[in-house]
Write a protein that binds this ligand. Structure first.
Ligand code: RIB
Ligand code: CA
Length: 314
Protein backbone atom coordinates (compact mmCIF):
# COMPACT_ATOMS: atom_id res chain seq x y z
CA UNK A 1 0.00 0.00 0.00
CA UNK A 2 1.41 3.43 -0.90
CA UNK A 3 2.26 5.80 1.97
CA UNK A 4 -0.49 8.15 3.14
CA UNK A 5 0.17 11.75 2.01
CA UNK A 6 0.08 14.13 4.98
CA UNK A 7 0.78 17.75 5.86
CA UNK A 8 1.91 18.33 9.45
CA UNK A 9 0.91 21.76 10.81
CA UNK A 10 2.71 22.45 14.06
CA UNK A 11 4.07 24.83 16.70
CA UNK A 12 7.24 23.07 17.97
CA UNK A 13 7.21 22.54 20.99
CA UNK A 14 8.97 19.46 22.30
CA UNK A 15 5.98 17.19 21.77
CA UNK A 16 5.50 18.50 18.23
CA UNK A 17 9.17 17.63 17.65
CA UNK A 18 8.67 14.00 18.66
CA UNK A 19 5.62 13.78 16.39
CA UNK A 20 7.63 15.17 13.47
CA UNK A 21 10.47 12.72 14.11
CA UNK A 22 8.09 9.75 14.23
CA UNK A 23 6.48 10.79 10.95
CA UNK A 24 9.79 11.41 9.23
CA UNK A 25 11.00 7.99 10.42
CA UNK A 26 8.05 6.25 8.73
CA UNK A 27 8.35 6.88 4.98
CA UNK A 28 6.85 3.48 4.21
CA UNK A 29 3.59 4.58 5.84
CA UNK A 30 3.56 8.38 5.65
CA UNK A 31 4.57 10.74 2.86
CA UNK A 32 5.18 14.08 4.57
CA UNK A 33 4.34 16.50 1.75
CA UNK A 34 5.37 19.46 3.87
CA UNK A 35 5.57 20.92 7.36
CA UNK A 36 3.61 24.11 7.98
CA UNK A 37 4.17 26.21 11.08
CA UNK A 38 1.89 28.39 13.16
CA UNK A 39 2.32 30.63 16.18
CA UNK A 40 1.38 28.81 19.36
CA UNK A 41 3.72 27.44 21.99
CA UNK A 42 6.19 30.14 20.97
CA UNK A 43 6.03 32.87 18.29
CA UNK A 44 6.10 31.92 14.61
CA UNK A 45 9.72 32.94 14.11
CA UNK A 46 10.62 30.25 16.64
CA UNK A 47 8.15 27.55 15.55
CA UNK A 48 9.26 27.69 11.92
CA UNK A 49 12.91 27.64 12.96
CA UNK A 50 12.28 24.74 15.33
CA UNK A 51 10.51 22.74 12.64
CA UNK A 52 13.56 23.13 10.40
CA UNK A 53 15.90 22.20 13.26
CA UNK A 54 13.92 19.00 13.83
CA UNK A 55 13.77 18.05 10.13
CA UNK A 56 17.53 18.58 10.05
CA UNK A 57 17.96 16.35 13.13
CA UNK A 58 16.02 13.66 11.27
CA UNK A 59 18.27 14.08 8.25
CA UNK A 60 15.26 15.06 6.15
CA UNK A 61 16.44 18.21 4.39
CA UNK A 62 14.09 17.23 1.56
CA UNK A 63 10.95 18.13 3.51
CA UNK A 64 9.76 21.69 2.74
CA UNK A 65 8.97 23.86 5.77
CA UNK A 66 6.60 26.82 5.51
CA UNK A 67 5.76 29.69 7.86
CA UNK A 68 2.07 30.41 8.35
CA UNK A 69 -0.02 32.69 10.51
CA UNK A 70 1.83 34.68 13.18
CA UNK A 71 -1.27 35.16 15.38
CA UNK A 72 -4.78 33.83 15.95
CA UNK A 73 -7.73 35.07 13.87
CA UNK A 74 -9.20 37.39 16.50
CA UNK A 75 -7.50 36.88 19.87
CA UNK A 76 -4.03 38.22 20.68
CA UNK A 77 -1.36 35.52 20.62
CA UNK A 78 -0.78 33.84 23.97
CA UNK A 79 2.34 31.65 24.02
CA UNK A 80 3.54 28.94 26.45
CA UNK A 81 7.20 29.55 27.20
CA UNK A 82 6.51 28.47 30.77
CA UNK A 83 6.01 24.94 29.43
CA UNK A 84 8.33 24.81 26.43
CA UNK A 85 11.01 27.36 27.34
CA UNK A 86 12.01 30.54 25.52
CA UNK A 87 13.14 28.70 22.38
CA UNK A 88 10.23 26.26 22.34
CA UNK A 89 12.69 23.35 22.26
CA UNK A 90 14.48 23.97 25.54
CA UNK A 91 16.31 20.91 26.79
CA UNK A 92 17.49 19.95 23.32
CA UNK A 93 21.12 20.61 22.48
CA UNK A 94 20.35 21.23 18.82
CA UNK A 95 22.18 24.03 17.01
CA UNK A 96 20.29 27.29 17.54
CA UNK A 97 20.06 27.98 13.83
CA UNK A 98 19.00 25.62 11.02
CA UNK A 99 20.79 25.35 7.70
CA UNK A 100 17.57 24.26 6.02
CA UNK A 101 15.89 27.08 4.04
CA UNK A 102 12.41 28.29 4.93
CA UNK A 103 10.12 28.10 1.90
CA UNK A 104 8.99 31.43 0.45
CA UNK A 105 5.37 30.38 -0.01
CA UNK A 106 2.99 31.06 2.88
CA UNK A 107 1.91 27.90 4.71
CA UNK A 108 -1.75 28.59 3.96
CA UNK A 109 -1.02 28.76 0.22
CA UNK A 110 0.98 25.53 0.41
CA UNK A 111 -1.95 23.80 2.11
CA UNK A 112 -4.37 25.15 -0.51
CA UNK A 113 -2.12 24.38 -3.50
CA UNK A 114 -1.39 20.87 -2.24
CA UNK A 115 -5.04 20.04 -1.56
CA UNK A 116 -6.25 21.52 -4.86
CA UNK A 117 -3.71 19.53 -6.85
CA UNK A 118 -4.57 16.31 -5.00
CA UNK A 119 -7.34 13.86 -5.74
CA UNK A 120 -10.60 13.56 -3.83
CA UNK A 121 -10.16 12.61 -0.16
CA UNK A 122 -6.42 12.26 -0.72
CA UNK A 123 -4.60 14.55 1.71
CA UNK A 124 -4.56 14.11 5.50
CA UNK A 125 -3.98 17.28 7.50
CA UNK A 126 -2.28 16.77 10.87
CA UNK A 127 -2.56 19.96 12.95
CA UNK A 128 -0.58 19.80 16.20
CA UNK A 129 -1.02 23.44 17.29
CA UNK A 130 -3.62 26.18 17.05
CA UNK A 131 -5.82 25.71 13.97
CA UNK A 132 -5.22 29.16 12.47
CA UNK A 133 -3.49 28.01 9.26
CA UNK A 134 -6.08 25.31 8.60
CA UNK A 135 -8.98 27.70 9.16
CA UNK A 136 -7.55 30.39 6.89
CA UNK A 137 -6.94 27.81 4.16
CA UNK A 138 -10.56 26.63 4.40
CA UNK A 139 -11.92 30.19 4.33
CA UNK A 140 -9.70 31.24 1.43
CA UNK A 141 -10.38 28.08 -0.64
CA UNK A 142 -13.36 26.12 0.74
CA UNK A 143 -13.16 23.73 -2.20
CA UNK A 144 -10.10 22.11 -0.64
CA UNK A 145 -12.36 20.24 1.78
CA UNK A 146 -13.37 17.68 -0.86
CA UNK A 147 -9.73 16.65 -1.27
CA UNK A 148 -9.08 16.33 2.46
CA UNK A 149 -9.23 12.70 3.58
CA UNK A 150 -9.21 13.54 7.32
CA UNK A 151 -8.08 16.26 9.68
CA UNK A 152 -6.33 14.33 12.47
CA UNK A 153 -5.53 16.84 15.18
CA UNK A 154 -4.28 17.26 18.70
CA UNK A 155 -6.55 19.63 20.55
CA UNK A 156 -9.49 20.06 22.84
CA UNK A 157 -10.85 18.28 25.87
CA UNK A 158 -14.16 16.46 25.44
CA UNK A 159 -14.66 14.95 28.86
CA UNK A 160 -12.08 16.40 31.21
CA UNK A 161 -10.79 19.83 32.22
CA UNK A 162 -8.69 22.14 30.11
CA UNK A 163 -5.01 22.93 30.55
CA UNK A 164 -4.95 26.56 29.37
CA UNK A 165 -8.10 27.50 31.25
CA UNK A 166 -10.30 25.32 33.44
CA UNK A 167 -12.45 24.75 30.34
CA UNK A 168 -10.12 24.86 27.35
CA UNK A 169 -7.06 23.03 26.02
CA UNK A 170 -4.16 25.20 24.76
CA UNK A 171 -4.43 24.69 20.96
CA UNK A 172 -8.15 25.41 20.92
CA UNK A 173 -8.00 28.14 23.58
CA UNK A 174 -5.30 29.96 21.61
CA UNK A 175 -7.55 30.27 18.54
CA UNK A 176 -11.13 29.15 19.26
CA UNK A 177 -12.52 30.95 16.20
CA UNK A 178 -10.19 29.01 13.92
CA UNK A 179 -11.20 25.81 15.67
CA UNK A 180 -14.87 26.57 15.10
CA UNK A 181 -14.24 27.04 11.36
CA UNK A 182 -12.42 23.70 11.19
CA UNK A 183 -15.05 21.85 13.26
CA UNK A 184 -17.80 23.12 10.93
CA UNK A 185 -15.95 22.69 7.61
CA UNK A 186 -17.30 19.21 6.88
CA UNK A 187 -13.97 17.41 6.62
CA UNK A 188 -13.79 14.14 8.62
CA UNK A 189 -12.19 14.93 11.99
CA UNK A 190 -10.19 12.71 14.33
CA UNK A 191 -9.62 14.50 17.63
CA UNK A 192 -6.85 13.70 20.12
CA UNK A 193 -7.75 15.83 23.11
CA UNK A 194 -6.47 15.82 26.66
CA UNK A 195 -8.85 12.95 27.47
CA UNK A 196 -6.49 10.60 25.66
CA UNK A 197 -3.18 12.47 25.65
CA UNK A 198 -3.14 12.60 29.45
CA UNK A 199 -3.02 8.79 29.42
CA UNK A 200 0.36 8.67 27.63
CA UNK A 201 2.83 9.95 30.19
CA UNK A 202 6.59 9.94 29.64
CA UNK A 203 7.46 8.33 32.97
CA UNK A 204 11.10 8.09 34.14
CA UNK A 205 11.29 4.47 32.91
CA UNK A 206 9.98 5.41 29.49
CA UNK A 207 12.33 8.39 29.31
CA UNK A 208 15.24 6.10 30.21
CA UNK A 209 14.21 3.69 27.45
CA UNK A 210 14.23 6.59 24.98
CA UNK A 211 17.65 7.73 26.13
CA UNK A 212 18.93 4.15 25.92
CA UNK A 213 18.34 4.13 22.17
CA UNK A 214 21.75 5.75 22.27
CA UNK A 215 21.66 7.90 19.15
CA UNK A 216 22.00 11.61 18.39
CA UNK A 217 18.24 11.78 17.93
CA UNK A 218 17.46 10.01 21.20
CA UNK A 219 19.93 12.22 23.03
CA UNK A 220 18.16 15.34 21.73
CA UNK A 221 14.70 13.91 22.48
CA UNK A 222 15.79 12.82 25.95
CA UNK A 223 16.93 16.34 26.69
CA UNK A 224 13.71 17.86 25.32
CA UNK A 225 11.42 15.54 27.29
CA UNK A 226 13.40 15.99 30.50
CA UNK A 227 12.89 19.74 30.23
CA UNK A 228 9.25 19.32 29.20
CA UNK A 229 8.41 17.20 32.30
CA UNK A 230 5.76 19.04 34.28
CA UNK A 231 6.56 17.35 37.60
CA UNK A 232 2.84 17.11 38.32
CA UNK A 233 2.04 13.49 39.25
CA UNK A 234 -1.18 14.59 40.94
CA UNK A 235 -2.53 15.87 37.61
CA UNK A 236 -1.28 12.99 35.48
CA UNK A 237 -1.42 10.14 37.97
CA UNK A 238 2.29 9.40 37.60
CA UNK A 239 5.57 11.33 37.22
CA UNK A 240 6.30 12.67 33.76
CA UNK A 241 4.54 14.74 31.11
CA UNK A 242 1.86 13.85 28.55
CA UNK A 243 3.19 13.29 25.04
CA UNK A 244 0.29 15.03 23.32
CA UNK A 245 1.14 15.55 19.64
CA UNK A 246 2.75 12.16 18.86
CA UNK A 247 -0.68 10.58 19.46
CA UNK A 248 -1.71 11.94 16.04
CA UNK A 249 1.17 10.23 14.24
CA UNK A 250 0.90 7.07 16.33
CA UNK A 251 -2.74 6.70 15.29
CA UNK A 252 -1.81 7.04 11.62
CA UNK A 253 0.83 4.37 12.07
CA UNK A 254 -1.02 2.00 14.42
CA UNK A 255 -4.69 2.96 14.86
CA UNK A 256 -5.46 -0.02 17.10
CA UNK A 257 -3.50 1.65 19.88
CA UNK A 258 -6.46 3.97 20.40
CA UNK A 259 -10.20 3.89 21.00
CA UNK A 260 -12.67 6.66 20.25
CA UNK A 261 -16.28 7.51 19.61
CA UNK A 262 -18.03 9.36 16.79
CA UNK A 263 -19.78 12.34 18.35
CA UNK A 264 -20.73 15.92 17.57
CA UNK A 265 -18.18 18.48 18.75
CA UNK A 266 -18.61 22.25 18.82
CA UNK A 267 -16.37 25.02 20.11
CA UNK A 268 -17.39 27.76 22.54
CA UNK A 269 -16.43 31.11 20.99
CA UNK A 270 -18.45 33.60 23.06
CA UNK A 271 -18.37 32.88 26.78
CA UNK A 272 -15.44 34.53 28.61
CA UNK A 273 -15.67 31.73 31.18
CA UNK A 274 -15.50 28.77 28.77
CA UNK A 275 -13.98 30.28 25.61
CA UNK A 276 -12.31 27.50 23.58
CA UNK A 277 -14.15 24.61 25.27
CA UNK A 278 -14.73 21.70 22.90
CA UNK A 279 -18.28 20.64 23.73
CA UNK A 280 -18.78 16.98 22.80
CA UNK A 281 -22.26 15.46 22.70
CA UNK A 282 -20.88 12.23 24.19
CA UNK A 283 -24.27 10.66 24.96
CA UNK A 284 -26.04 11.88 21.83
CA UNK A 285 -28.52 14.09 23.70
CA UNK A 286 -28.91 16.43 20.71
CA UNK A 287 -29.81 15.75 17.11
CA UNK A 288 -26.47 17.08 15.96
CA UNK A 289 -24.83 14.51 13.66
CA UNK A 290 -21.32 13.33 14.62
CA UNK A 291 -18.59 15.42 13.00
CA UNK A 292 -15.57 13.94 14.81
CA UNK A 293 -14.15 10.74 16.18
CA UNK A 294 -12.99 11.74 19.66
CA UNK A 295 -10.33 9.48 21.15
CA UNK A 296 -10.61 8.64 24.84
CA UNK A 297 -8.43 5.54 25.37
CA UNK A 298 -4.85 4.56 24.48
CA UNK A 299 -2.60 1.56 24.99
CA UNK A 300 0.15 3.62 26.61
CA UNK A 301 2.75 0.83 26.68
CA UNK A 302 2.07 0.08 23.04
CA UNK A 303 2.29 3.79 22.26
CA UNK A 304 5.74 4.16 23.82
CA UNK A 305 6.94 0.98 22.14
CA UNK A 306 6.00 2.62 18.84
CA UNK A 307 7.65 5.92 19.80
CA UNK A 308 10.89 4.10 20.63
CA UNK A 309 10.70 1.91 17.53
CA UNK A 310 10.38 4.94 15.25
CA UNK A 311 12.95 7.10 17.00
CA UNK A 312 15.37 4.15 16.78
CA UNK A 313 15.13 4.29 13.01
CA UNK A 314 16.69 7.77 12.76
O1 RIB B 1 -2.32 21.25 25.01
C1 RIB B 1 -1.25 20.57 24.39
C2 RIB B 1 -0.96 21.14 23.05
O2 RIB B 1 -0.55 22.50 23.17
C3 RIB B 1 0.21 20.44 22.34
O3 RIB B 1 0.02 20.51 20.95
C4 RIB B 1 1.39 21.28 22.73
O4 RIB B 1 2.46 21.21 21.77
C5 RIB B 1 0.79 22.64 22.71
O5 RIB B 1 0.78 23.11 21.37
CA1 CA C 1 1.79 21.45 19.52
Amino acid sequence: MSPRPIIIDCDPGQDDAVALLMALASPEALKVLGVTCVAGNVPLERTQRNARRVCELAGRHDVPVFAGCPRPLLLPLGTAEAVHGQTGLDGSDLPEQSTMPLQDRHAVDFIIDTCLSAGENEVTLCPLGPLTNIAVAIVKAPQIVENIREIVFMGGAALGPGNRTPAAEFNIATDPHAAQIVMEAGAPLVMFGLDVTHTVITTPLRLEAIRNIGTRVSEAVGGMLSYYDRHDPERYGEPGAPLHDPCVIAWLLQPDLFRGKAVHVAVETNSPLTLGRTVADWWGVTNNPPNATVMDRADSDGFYALVIDRLSRL
